[in-house]
Write a protein that binds this ligand. Structure first.
Ligand code: ATP
Length: 289
């Protein structure tokens, strides 16, 4: 008799939450960007599960949206960090893209505009926080204040060092207001990054994504490694944990983030809001109409 195929979710030998959650003091330089922590399957199994999880993710997000529409105060914030080519855009397209866009508040954070510079660095972040019922997505975030700002020396050390505490206090406040925070840092290896940048140079349909400064970043990888190590160690908190996701295999990173997001939404344990009208009476009215 042929062996029955395993349902793909059993190929998570360790749950993504457990396998990827950052543990303070772990050595980031030892992270294997091509690994698939927790997942025992192949690419094809991963893609199959991703498609199946899409339906669940979409339903959970709809429940969240319904909850917000009926007076609930919960929301979810997915924070995406990673160097260029780490695949943040792919996560937005392929993971967040599986849910109803009406319920998503997406925001990308680039170099602060002149108006943004007139305020504290958290001003533009606060303005973009998801309203109740929404899935917020930050493509880069307030954490740049201890990443690019540190590496490019945009502020004196004394100033950016204070940000770790501020970031934690800010996130504690956001969490207390009902927002479940999931922070994902995507890590691509220097070799894979080079390949992806070369592709951007080779393909006319990718030229628009290329920015000459992306090559300068490659000369600063050790500084970024140190900045990420400290970021993860100092801003992983119980209410706003970091997940370190190896991203050389795009299918794995997308599956892993889907898993983390699905788990987060599931943990909210939201049912469908009960009807606030008399169902029988409304059915009778409809029949008579
Ligand atoms: P990405 O690089 O994320 O794919 P992109 O190349 O299209 O996006 P933008 O999104 O416009 O560029 O901007 C990203 C750039 O903005 C990054 O180089 C990032 O370091 C920079 N940036 C983000 N936040 C800050 C900040 N607080 N201060 C300075 N620079 C920042």
């Amino acid at each position: 008799m042929p062996k029955k195929a395993k349902p793909p979710e059993t190929l998570w030998q360790t749950a993504a939450d457990e396998a990827l959650r950052w543990r303070r003091g772990a050595d980031l330089s030892a992270l294997d960007e091509a690994a698939t922590p927790g997942w025992a399957g192949k690419r094809r199994d991963g893609e199959q599960l991703l498609a199946a999880r899409g339906a669940e993710l979409a339903e959970l997000q709809e429940r969240l949206f319904a909850h917000g529409r009926t007076g609930g105060d919960r929301s979810v914030l997915l924070v995406l960090q990673g160097l260029d080519t780490a695949g943040k855009g792919g996560i937005v397209r392929h993971v967040v893209g599986m849910v109803d866009p009406q319920g998503v508040m997406y925001r990308g954070f680039g170099v602060p505009t002149r108006e943004e510079q007139e305020h504290g660095y958290l001003w533009r972040i606060r303005n973009a926080l998801p309203r109740p019922g929404y899935l917020g997505v930050f493509d880069r975030s307030h954490h740049e204040q201890v990443l690019v700002v540190r590496v490019d020396r945009l502020e004196p050390v004394k100033t950016w060092r204070k940000h770790y505490r501020e970031l934690n206090e800010f996130e504690a406040e956001v969490a207390a207001s009902g927002t479940l925070i999931v922070k994902v840092a995507l890590f691509v290896s220097p070799g894979e990054q080079k390949k992806r940048l070369a592709e951007r140079l080779d393909r006319p349909d990718k030229h628009w994504k290329f920015n000459p400064s992306d090559i300068d970043v490659r000369g600063k990888l050790p500084q970024y490694l140190a900045a990420y190590q400290e970021l993860l160690d100092r801003t992983s908190t119980p209410v706003a944990p970091w997940y370190a996701v190896p991203a050389d295999r795009k299918w794995y990173a997308r599956l892993a983030v889907t898993e983390l997001l699905t788990g987060a939404l599931r943990s909210l344990d939201l049912g469908w809001p009960p009807a606030d009208f008399d169902i029988v009476a409304e059915k009778a009215r409809l029949a008579a109409s």
